[in-house]
Write a protein that binds this ligand. Structure first.
Ligand code: ZN
Ligand code: ZN
Length: 281
């Protein structure tokens, strides 16, 4: 059984529940480790159709303060563990911005999310994808994994988020592309870079709730990660009390099918004494 959800959001980005509501819901789900990983503020020029940048920037301090309070309280009670983490976009041209965010605060761990190719937030609109030719979609898949490799090589992150999010609106074509050996080699390059950077690969139930209707990442990629000895972590990417810890039985089966028996939890990334814990599931 999976007891750690390292990927959760709150109403301070585009979720709908407070940190405390999320924490209480996680307890009811039986979580022992609750990792908060709110989105980091994003620089101008990277926009979603329903942009929440201002809300995020305005409340980022509230997020940090409230999670710290809950973490201290949980620590006093000596039961669940609460971790202040972050999901930070990898934006190739914005590394100083990203480093600044990380320098400002002691996050226990940082999840690297690729939601943008260039300045296009590719995971927001099915209509965007309908306009793309088959060739253009394939270019997007290739670019996504090349981007993931660079993200890993940056050394800024502990976990690769939802490692085939790019399939969200074109899952059948993605699988056709992935079935080609040269495609899989690109994926393996990215996974290898993550392993070499001491990262874990997230296995996420969010895809089950999205148009692709599949766990992130698919079985072929989990198998490739296992062959490369890349560790994993688990996350729901829950944005409300109903989705925290969601689909964890399926995630456990999905990971077990590739031979995984344990996942990682990270703490204290910034002060040079990063703690990596191994949890059987
Ligand atoms: Zn994400
Ligand atoms: Zn997320």
């Amino acid at each position: 059984m999976i007891h750690a959800d390292l990927h959760t959001h709150t109403l301070y980005a585009h979720g709908s529940s407070t940190p405390r509501e999320m924490y209480e819901a996680g307890k009811r789900k039986g979580l022992q480790i609750h990792g908060f990983s709110e989105h980091s503020p994003r620089p101008l020029g990277y926009d979603y159709p329903n942009e929440y940048r201002e809300r995020l920037s305005a409340h980022f301090g509230d997020y940090i303060r409230e999670v710290r309070e809950i973490a201290a309280e949980a620590g006093r009670e000596g039961r669940e563990e609460v971790l202040l983490g972050l999901e930070m976009d990898w934006l190739e041209d914005e590394v100083p911005f990203q480093k600044h965010i990380l320098a400002e605060e002691h996050f226990e761990y940082v999840i690297g999310g690729i939601h943008f190719l260039g300045t296009w937030g590719f995971d927001a609109s099915a209509d965007d994808w309908k306009k793309l030719s088959a060739e253009h979609k394939e270019e997007c898949y290739c670019r996504y994994y090349a981007t993931m490799k660079k993200m890993a090589e940056s050394g800024l992150y502990d976990i690769v988020a939802h490692p085939d999010l790019i399939k969200i609106f074109s899952v059948n074509e993605f699988h056709d592309w992935l079935a080609r050996p040269d495609s899989m080699e690109l994926v393996r390059d990215a996974l290898r870079a993550a392993r070499d950077a001491g990262m874990a690969m997230e296995i996420s139930s969010a895809g089950l709730r999205k148009p692709c209707r599949e766990i992130y990442p698919c079985g072929e990629i989990v198998k490739a990660a296992a062959d490369l000895r890349l560790p994993v972590s688990f996350g729901s990417d829950g944005h409300c009390v109903n989705t925290i810890g969601a689909g964890f039985e399926e995630l456990a089966r999905h990971a077990s099918a590739a031979g995984y028996t344990e996942s990682l939890v990270f703490r204290r990334r910034r002060d040079g004494t990063r703690e990596v814990r191994v949890l059987p599931f």
